[in-house]
Design a protein around this ligand. Sequence first.
Ligand code: ATP
Length: 556
Amino acid sequence: MSLPGLELAEASTEAQYAPPPPTQVNLRAGSEWRFEIAFGATVRVKLLTGTAELFGTELAPLQTYTFSGTKAAIYTWHGCMLEVAAGETVNLSNGFAPGGSTAAGGSGQTQGYGAGGCQSEYVAEETPMIEYSNVHFGLETLRQEAQNEGGKDGPRVLILGPENAGKTTLTKILTGYATKMDRQPIVVNLDPTEGMLSVPGTLTATAFRSMLDVEEGWGSSPMSGPSPTPVKLPLVYFYPMKSPFEADGNVFKPIVSRLALSVTARMAEDDDAREAGIIVDTDGSLGQGSPKSLELINHIVTEFSISTILVIGSERLYSTMVKNYDQKPTTSASATHSDERITVLKLSKSGGCVDRDESFMKAVNESQIRSYFFGTAATSAATSTSIGGVIGSISGAGGSNSNKITLSPHTQQLDFGSLALYNYTITSSLAEDDEDEYDPSNFGTGTESFSSLSNPPQETRSMYDPSSSNTEIPLKKFTQPPTLALANSLIAITHVPPNAPLSDIRDSSIMGFVYVADVDAEKKKLRVLAPVGGRMPARALVWGKNWPGEVVGLVG
Ligand SMILES: Nc1ncnc2c1ncn2[C@@H]1O[C@H](COP(=O)(O)OP(=O)(O)OP(=O)(O)O)[C@@H](O)[C@H]1O
């Protein structure tokens, strides 16, 4: 395009941007290289000499790791040399740009001007890694005790703190160190804003038997196909809300109890898991210190029989936790024999923790959903876009262990009438929305479903499953035709029968997810994307309308 008046051709983005040459980063012992890479850009990092780790997981020497849409740090205990080079820019012009833009922060520029095209990168000498490793060795002592004294549980750790304080990072570091010592901790994610080995909107528990994935953060679950890093099998519960406080915690709390029950049962059966204990990562909103958050914290402490509380980056919360829990007996069954007491510790927040703005988080969430269906390939034929965290890994030595995982999800047509679809109604405004969306006059509906049209209050009631007496559970079953609002959203497939009581549906673990690509309201059909082919199981389904919400353009 010409610029008017000047007759100058506008330089193309490629011409404006010349990738920087590979840079060597020399790290002294005890320092870390912090970097931020936008979605759409890729940066390759290779450990040339020495040893280094990314959030507790060691980097293999001379292996090229490729990062995209990442904010992280590579730390060295003994000193190392890294090579940082620009990878290719992933074309995001297919209508799906994670986060609605090509760059974190929405600037439209994917490549930055740091080494290798990082948006920002620098070396930091001050880190809390010694503190964090001391915590690890403290936990290790408790694990050793649990191993020596049969019947005693390993540490059950709860990590608390405000948003972006580094809770998930600390969880990764402690998990990475534990697996390195051949421990098998159970990691519980109670942060619905970000998925762990699953999509956002899920609360999960996973037994970590093997190392974490350097590039992707946690690694991959079996849903993601073959992987160079051993896969992990998470137990997944659907919590399609962004905040644990929704519905006064009446949905969050029972799911936490369910997870705790499953984790405790696993620990009772599996000695390795019992000795290694549990690490619970939480949502930043629980770190507010409000009465409601304290109530939820208390619920978690009780249900998981927490024995160690780690508070990052909040003096106030730390002091409240000390007052409420320090040296109080744990609720563990084994504690009745051993007088086990809770320890509360304060940890420093790393100066490297970055606030992630909404558009970056949106991109992270969209890429988690995308990778659930399409894998972590840089450019799949169906999507040609990037997956958050990882694009692929190319072996520097042999080039054989590509980390790209391309999946082939299946699309299929579903008859809406044959589905038992439930939705959470958590606010009155939402209920109003729903009524607008389900205005039957838009869809030309059958008479029996709308016999109550002349009587709106009854119509609202009819949307609740009459078979359930659990009216306090904010779940309702659709008895009306499909709404266009279903398009571009996720539906969870539970393990319970279609007409199970509402409490069972809420408390059921999840078999998997489908993505609604299209809604034909007139024919009452949905076109859905499923990770595997075959018939949709006859189970109760739960709609993720509010959260993770709409993900546009997953299917072209
Ligand atoms: N030392 C570090 N150097 C660079 N980036 C870091 C460092 N520590 C953490 N980060 C980054 O800061 C961001 C926030 O960290 P993290 O996700 O651990 O916080 P959180 O407390 O779990 O946040 P939330 O409350 O939103 O769950 C992440 O993108 C993480 O990768």
